[in-house]
Write a protein that binds this ligand. Structure first.
Ligand code: PLP
Length: 283
């Protein structure tokens, strides 16, 4: 089943949105695409998945949903959490634990070495997914997305999707050389994003990295992010509050053609982000 395309009006312009957010409540957006290869794997090939990272992670939630479907055990390592974080009754971490995720804290001083040693002595039924799903296995799922975009045959020549590790934007651009692909770094700066992408593959010419006009820190609340998110909501589509606002700002400020925005999911994290906006007095 192909995800549908919505048309929205924003700031007097027309944009199209590929609704990958509608694929599943938890296993959606680019995490669905990046986990595609694993999702196609027979259940008896593995019995355990290991990953690690932050507790707001959309990848964590998507992996938890996948493991629940497959009957795989899921162990997720983080640095130590506060009691408040552990006891939250909403948000990605809460939902992932409800789906059966086993959470293990690793002391700050051992964390780096511990993560580096995850692949030592693995048995063949265990699979390790690096933070954010930045693995070469992600490529196939992005090729499937590329085929859907081609088949939907919209008149636009430009695509857009925001970057964390850059895995999604990179493989999308490689799979669709006939389109221009816009992205922007939401973690670190342009140089950091180029570095991350280059570790996976040479960056193709049709990939354009837009630089935000202001420096934003990852996953922090910003008044202008909330403003653009609410304009998008009025236009008819809910986007995440961490990645999408920065790219939408860049698209409005730095481009002028009709563009198909690939919704990267993450809407399930808005509940806890909205709490942080409220704490900051932005609401
Ligand atoms: C993970 C994520 C991204 C970043 O994807 P990368 O492939 O790591 O660049 C963008 N948007 C949302 C909503 C995400 O959850």
């Amino acid at each position: 089943m192909n995800s549908p395309i919505s048309k929205i009006d924003l700031e007097g312009r027309v944009f199209y949105v590929k609704r990958d957010d509608l694929i599943d409540p938890f296993l959606a957006g680019n995490k669905y695409r990046k986990l595609y290869t694993l999702l196609q794997t027979l259940s008896d090939q593995f019995n355990k998945i290991i990953s690690y990272g932050g507790t707001q992670s959309n990848a964590m939630l998507a992996i938890a949903a996948m493991c629940k479907n497959k009957g795989w055990e899921f162990i997720y390592y983080t640095k130590p959490l506060s009691d408040a974080q552990k006891n939250e009754k909403s948000g990605n971490f809460y939902h992932a634990k409800s789906l059966g995720m086993l959470h293990v804290e690793i002391e700050q001083q051992f964390y780096k070495d511990f993560i580096a040693s995850l692949r030592f002595n693995l048995d063949e039924k265990t699979f390790v997914i690096d933070q954010g799903g930045a693995v070469e296995e992600a490529r196939l799922g992005l090729e499937v997305l590329a085929e859907e975009i081609r088949a939907q045959n919209l008149h636009v020549k430009s695509l857009a999707t925001p970057s964390g590790t850059g895995t999604t934007a990179l493989y999308l651009a490689l799979s669709l050389p006939e389109y221009r692909v816009y992205t922007t770094p939401c973690v670190g700066d342009v140089d950091y994003l180029r570095e991350q992408m280059s570790a996976l593959h040479e960056i193709p010419k049709n990939l354009t990295i837009l630089e935000p006009q202001k420096k934003y820190h990852f996953a922090k609340p910003y008044r202008e992010f909330l403003e653009i998110q609410q304009k998008l909501l009025s236009a008819g589509v809910e986007f995440d509050l961490i990645y999408a606002p920065s790219l939408w700002k860049c698209l409005i400020e730095q481009t002028n053609e009709e563009t198909l925005y690939i919704h990267s999911g993450g809407v399930s994290g808005n509940e806890s982000m909205m709490r942080r906006y409220a704490q900051k007095g932005f609401r």
